[in-house]
Design a protein around this ligand. Structure first.
Ligand SMILES: [Zn+2]
Length: 327
């Protein structure tokens, strides 16, 4: 009997946000069908996404980076050595699986995939297309979850992967607790202020562990028992001593580095005197559009201040604000 595959795909709201917006059908309706998964996993046209210690496989790193998949027909050795294989989804009839070969040392892992290098996805993220950046982020995020949930959070017994890698279940017969893939919500916010005279300003800060000169929007994890808007207000007050209002949602970005989703907001300052929390950040300042246009790029080796990474939602929040105020 013919079956429709998965859910209707909604058009992505913000297709230019990196690591999101891929067109892969996650095939959620078929994950419990073990025969279907095994059939797809055996199919020679299925595609394997190898991941090694949370790093993705990239060809032509120095010249024109492109992520590399391995056709199932050439992936017997990869699957034989993978300790976790997870269904990512389907495009038409072609299924995509992530395969974790982290138990191998780097040299044997590279021999298995024949060509390319394993690199941190953020190293090449800004250079990748929507589809490949989303697929790689998905693979990395799913395999990181498996890696961190090898034991039951209830009783401590080992867990086992089920449903194409979208659920793990405790192997203890007395317990049997299931656990599902998690992503940690983090809020990230551009706080703005319009002085009585002069140009509009936005609040950026920097952490001491960042390379010199790098600034970004404030951010922090959502705590249990608070709304997203409350988390935004709390983090801004804790980190910079600023009280805010009119918190409005803008966009979100998967950020599997290692396990977050970034929820992007704008907010307006009620107070403007900055009092930083030395423990969390090293500096925070108000900047106007002219200031920001003088910033260099994240990672530049110069004396300037630098904007957030091009593949980050922080950059998106800043760029959309600059567009809104017309500069
Ligand atoms: Zn258990």
């Amino acid at each position: 009997m013919p079956r429709a595959l998965g859910y209707a795909k909604l058009a992505p709201m913000k297709p230019f946000i990196r690591y999101a917006g891929g067109d892969l059908d996650r095939a959620g309706l078929f994950r419990k069908d073990e025969a279907w998964i095994l059939e797809k996993l055996a199919h020679p046209e299925s595609q394997i996404v190898p991941v090694w210690r949370s790093m993705n496989l990239v060809d032509n790193l120095a010249s024109a980076p492109a992520t590399r998949l391995v056709a199932r027909a050439d992936a017997n050795d990869i699957l034989d050595n993978a300790h976790q294989v997870t269904l990512l989804g389907v495009a038409g009839e072609v299924a995509y699986f992530a395969a974790d070969i982290s138990l191998l040392d780097e040299e044997p892992a590279l021999q298995l995939v024949h060509q390319g290098q394993f690199v941190d996805l953020r190293q090449v993220g800004p250079l990748l297309g929507t589809e490949e950046s989303a697929l790689m982020a998905h693979a990395r995020g799913m395999l990181f979850w498996h890696q961190k949930h090898q034991h039951c959070g209830v009783c401590g017994a080992p867990t086992k992967s089920h449903e194409g890698g979208h659920m793990r279940r405790c192997t203890s017969t007395e317990c049997g607790a299931p656990t599902f893939p998690r992503t940690d919500p983090a809020v990230i916010m551009l706080i703005t202020h319009q002085p009585a005279a002069g140009p509009a300003q936005c609040l950026l800060g920097r952490q001491s562990i960042w390379p010199a000169g790098n600034y970004s929007t404030l951010a922090g994890f959502v705590e249990p028992g608070e709304s997203l808007e409350e988390a935004v207000a709390r983090e801004v007050f804790e980190e910079a001593g600023i009280r805010i209002k009119n918190v409005t949602y803008q966009a979100s970005q998967p950020w599997p580095f290692p396990a977050s989703i970034m929820l992007g907001f704008w907010g307006e300052a009620i107070t403007t005197d900055i009092k930083i929390d030395d423990y969390e950040i090293e500096d925070a300042q108000w900047f106007n559009a002219v200031d920001l246009r003088r910033f260099g790029e994240w990672g530049d080796d110069d004396d300037k201040k630098h904007l957030p990474r091009k593949d980050s939602i922080a950059r998106f929040l800043i760029e959309t604000w600059l567009t809104k105020i017309g500069v």
